[in-house]
Design a protein around this ligand. Sequence first.
Ligand code: AMP
Length: 281
Amino acid sequence: MEIIRTVSEMKAKAAAWKAEGLSIGLVPTMGFLHEGHRSLVKRAVSDNDRAVVSIFVNPIQFGVNEDFDRYPRDLKKDADMCAEAGADVIFNPSEQEMYPAGFCSYTDMALVTEGLCGARRPGHFRGVCTVVMKLLNIAAPDRAYFGQKDAQQLAVIKRMTRDFNMDVEITGMPIVREADGLAMSSRNTYLSGDERAAALYINKALSEALRIFRDGDADIQQIKRHIETTLSGLPSVKIDYVEIVDAETMQAIQTLDRSALCAVAAYVGKTRLIDNVVLEV
Ligand code: AMP
C-alpha cells in the first residue's frame, strides 16, 4: 500500500488505473480510523479493482470554536488498518496541498443542508461539499463510500453528485457500533469513563424510539419527547437537537407517512456526538 501526499501524484495514479480499465473506489475520512471506517474500506476493496482511502482533517468544515486543533490523528495506525483491509493507496495531502494560496472556490448547497447539523454548524456542509468535490475530482472514483452515521452528510453528497451530474456512485453503509451500542466515532476518544456511560443513552433513546415507532400509533412529537425525556435526565448530556425528518431531503415532516430519519446530536461533557435511526415506512 502506498501513501500519496500530492494532488498531482494522486491524479496521475488514478489516470494510470483508468487507462488500464481498472475501477476505483474512494473512502473519504478524517483519519483516526475505527471499525466503522474499516467497513467502508472493505466494501470499497470488494466492489472495485483499486481502493483509495483519503485521510484529511478538513479545516474548512470546522467552526471557530470546534475541535479542529485537537482532532485525534494517528497515521501509522490508520495505515496499518488500511493495508490490512486491502486498500491500495492512502491519499494524505497537507492543508497547503488542498488549499494553496489563492484558493477561493466553494461548493455550496441549499435545502438538504438547512436543518440538523447544517443549522447548528454554519458553514460545515460548505466545507464538506467543497472537500468532497475536490477529492472526487482528484481520485476520480467510480464509487465513493460514506457512513449512515453522518446521515445528513450522506444525503448531501448524494444530492450534490446528482445535481452536478457527477459520474460517481455514492454508497451508504450502516452504522457500526461498539458491543454496547455506542456508535463508533473518532471523537469517542475524548470521552471520560463517566461520559462514555452517559453517551450510551443516546443509542438507548434512539433504540426505544424505534421500538415505539414499530409498536405503531406513536406520532412524531411523542417519539421526540421520549428521546428528550431520556436524555434531559442526564446531567452530563446537553441536547443539541432531536429531529425527525424526511430520510432523503432532510426536511421536517409532520406525519410518519414515509421513511424518516430520527437524528440526535448531543454534547456529552464538551464532546458533540451524533447518532440516528431510520424509521422505515
Ligand atoms: P470521518 O472520519 O468521521 O469524517 O468519517 C469518515 C466516514 O466514515 C464518513 O462517511 C462517516 O459517516 C463514516 N463513519 C464514521 N463513523 C462510522 C460508523 N460508526 N459506522 C459507519 N460509518 C462511519
